[in-house]
Design a protein around this ligand. Structure first.
Ligand SMILES: NC(=O)C1=CN([C@@H]2O[C@H](COP(=O)(O)OP(=O)(O)OC[C@H]3O[C@@H](n4cnc5c(N)ncnc54)[C@H](O)[C@@H]3O)[C@@H](O)[C@H]2O)C=CC1
Ligand SMILES: O=C(O)[C@H]1O[C@H](OP(=O)(O)OP(=O)(O)OC[C@H]2O[C@@H](n3ccc(=O)[nH]c3=O)[C@H](O)[C@@H]2O)[C@H](O)[C@@H](O)[C@@H]1O
Length: 467
């Protein structure tokens, strides 16, 4: 049982001094209340803002540091800079009280623990680009000179070795500091999903602490203790490199699971088998699990494509060809063309209006990074179709993200379908399940569903991608 005890400098110690080692240990918390911590979070995007609001809600004093003045002003106004259910409410309650935001790194001096929640994008070749992390770590180093044992926690998704080999040297260079003196490091990967970020953070399947110093585990225990207390979530204590890899393994496994279910689904389609009935049955086997078995157009988003590419590039860097991950990407890349070939079976779309329903990478968000709707629209344009697209929230973000993608925007699914010679479904927005008489206004009522959301009905020619 871990019972963090407050110390004079506001940090905490665990009463249980478990040995530090590379073997993971799952620890359940005990019924003790740690004192609040002073926490800073660098980067206020999806992860940083959610973390800040949730930690403030748990009773900690939190400061968000971001280079973007608009983001900072929005948080200080008690609003979320990103759309996440429940986040505005938390910020409204905590901002100006236990939570504030600033562009000034100096604010970090007043805190005991700093989380780095910064973007880790892909380079052209898919490998991880750590330049934002390194720049921020250097700025952090500049303000840690008068500290003693400050804990820096890497929250971003980074390739094994990045914390030790890139982040630590950047902090040291920023302030002529030495790890183990002014600061210590830890790695605490994040598993929240967009659209359910607050719920995922406040009810996690697991919490992973990667560290190699007992004091680092203790500080993380103190930060997370109220959450562990509330939820009983298992805490995995492991090494820094293992924590870094756990995040990639988690995302790569889930992306590959979807690709496997798509691969099997493509076979199902050829044999006139409903892949969803198959998935429902195999999901009853605990070893498979019922979640992440929705076959269709494949995975997108800001993380699966980036993270799978980064870990593949890292594997190749050390001379290993990750065959299963390569195949997962290959299957994923092929799904949009499979969808369009089903449409080709019924309509020659050249010169004709075709409706695309859904643009975001998944329902519940306006995020279009990695959305499968882009290759679908591009494939339709290559066939000479006039594309009319509808999405309840993501039209503007797609225009901004990919201005070269040509489509006419409709204000409703009904408007997109009117006069169309075919419709394809790219995102499983709930509202598409309710579509019915709207299909009657199509010039040719052919619907190819990439997300198993539209209901089969009389009067339409319906093709499911894997069912
Ligand atoms: N978005 C998600 O659902 C999840 C993301 N992650 C990982 O977390 C990390 C962060 O991702 P997001 O929160 O999505 O990023 P984001 O792009 O939403 O936000 C990043 C924030 O960092 C700020 N920033 C950039 N440079 C800065 C600097 N030098 N100093 C201070 N602030 C700076 C930006 O202004 C922005 O507000 C990435 O490694 C990502 O892979 C992990 C789990 C879930
Ligand atoms: O590292 C990250 O950023 C996050 O990436 C994913 O979260 P997210 O990208 O928000 O979205 P998911 O809900 O996982 O969906 C990803 C993609 O897979 C697709 N998907 C998901 C599940 C499924 O059964 N079938 C399927 O095609 C979705 O449509 C979507 O395009 C992971 O689920 C999170 O645990 C992780 O923290």
């Amino acid at each position: 049982m871990l019972c963090p005890v407050g110390t004079a400098d506001g940090r905490s110690q665990a009463a249980d001094a478990s040995a530090v080692g590379s073997t993971n240990r799952i620890i359940k918390s005990g019924p003790c209340q740690p004192p609040p911590m002073n926490v800073s979070i660098v980067g206020s995007g999806y992860v940083g803002t959610t973390l800040a609001a949730c930690l403030a809600d748990l009773g900690h004093e939190v400061v968000n540091v971001d280079v973007d003045e608009d983001v900072v002003a929005t948080i200080n106004d008690g609003e979320a800079p990103i759309h996440e259910p429940g986040l505005d409410e938390l910020l409204e309650e905590c901002a100006g009280d236990r939570l504030r935001a600033t562009t000034d790194y100096d604010a970090i001096r007043e805190t005991d623990v700093t989380f780095l929640a910064l973007p880790t994008p892909s380079r052209e070749d898919g490998s991880i680009d750590l330049s934002i992390m390194e720049a921020a770590a250097e700025s952090l180093g500049e303000v840690l000179d008068d500290k003693d044992g400050h804990l820096v926690v890497v929250k971003s998704t980074v390739i094994p070795g990045s914390t030790d080999e890139s982040v630590v040297p950047a902090i040291e260079a920023g302030g002529d500091l030495t790890r183990g003196e002014e600061f210590e490091v830890a790695m605490n990967p994040e598993f929240l999903r967009m659209g359910t970020a607050v719920d995922d953070f406040t009810d996690p399947d697991k919490i992973v602490f990667g560290a190699d110093e007992e004091s680092a585990y203790d500080a993380l225990d103190a930060v997370y203790e109220p959450l562990v207390e509330q939820t009983g979530a298992p805490v995995v204590r492991t090494g820094i490199r293992e924590a870094e890899m756990i995040k990639y393994a988690n995302n790569a496994f889930l992306a590959s699971k979807v690709s496997l279910v798509n691969d099997l689904g493509n076979v199902c389609k050829e044999y006139d088998v409903d892949a969803y009935e198959v998935a429902d049955a195999i999901g009853l086997d605990d070893r498979i699990g019922e979640r992440f078995l929705r076959s269709g157009l494949g995975w997108g988003g800001s993380c699966f494509p980036k993270d799978v590419d980064a870990i593949r590039a890292a594997a190749r860097d050390v001379g290993y060809e990750p065959a299963v991950l390569d195949a997962a990407v290959e299957v994923n890349d092929a799904q949009p063309e499979r969808l369009l070939s089903l449409l080709d079976d019924h309509v020659d779309v050249a010169g004709k209006r075709v409706a695309v329903l859904g643009l975001s990478f998944k329902p519940g968000t306006d995020d279009v990074r990695g959305t499968r709707a882009i290759p679908v629209i591009e494939g339709l344009r290559e066939r000479g179709a006039d594309v009319v697209a509808y999405d309840p929230v993501a039209v503007e973000s797609l225009r901004e993200y990919a201005p070269e993608v040509e489509f006419e925007a409709a204000d409703s699914a009904a408007e997109a379908l009117e006069g169309a010679h075919g419709a394809v479904v790219a995102t499983d927005w709930d509202e598409f399940a309710a579509l019915d008489h709207e299909f009657d206004a199509m010039a040719e009522p052919v619907v190819v569903d990439g997300r198993h959301i539209v209901e089969r009905r009389d009067g339409i020619t319906y093709e499911g991608l894997t069912w």
